[in-house]
Design a protein around this ligand. Sequence first.
Ligand code: CA
Length: 220
Amino acid sequence: MRLLLVEDEPNIARPVIRALEAQGHQVRHAPDLQTARELLAEAEPDLMILDVRLPESEDGGFILAREARQAGYKGPILFMTARDALADRVMGLDEGGDDYVVKPFDLPELLARVRALLRRVSEVKQSRVQYGPLELDLTNRSVRWAGRPVELSGREYALLERLALFPGRIYSPEELLDLIWGEEASDPGVVKVCVHHLRSKLDSRVVRTVPGGYRLGLEP
Ligand code: CA
């Protein structure tokens, strides 16, 4: 897969690049925001690994993530952030990130996160996502539970698809309202009702209620 690593510290970048290349990935490396923008304009990577603090900005990684999402980048984004920046973690996910590692991290931990995110990329390329008994066909927007087709409304499908495509992420009701209903609803209560329908049509395990909102309740 084609990976973009944005990291200004050579002592971190070097071993990460070596480890990812050893796994057969093509890695392009940018040590700053400007280079990262140029590389992104040339070719869309399958996955981005972004250090948050870059030479041009304390929030360089977040800025880049936001720009990439606005430009239509749909691949996963993994942030690397300092341990003292706990609030940043949440912010990073709000900026369109899918996962994060806290520095200093072990290489095996980073590689495991990358593997998990890339697994999703290849599933999306096959237009099919599966978590245990749950199967989504992204082309037909159809769902099966334990092999049985389940009829969902458009909104129910959209909410489930969002959670399934970003399985590690927690979405607040307000965020889901914004993503799925847009201007057409303003009461986050509709999200709760939608989650209730998903649980009763599929299984109570499918969506998990966690502090801060909802996430996919199934493991791969
Ligand atoms: Ca840095």
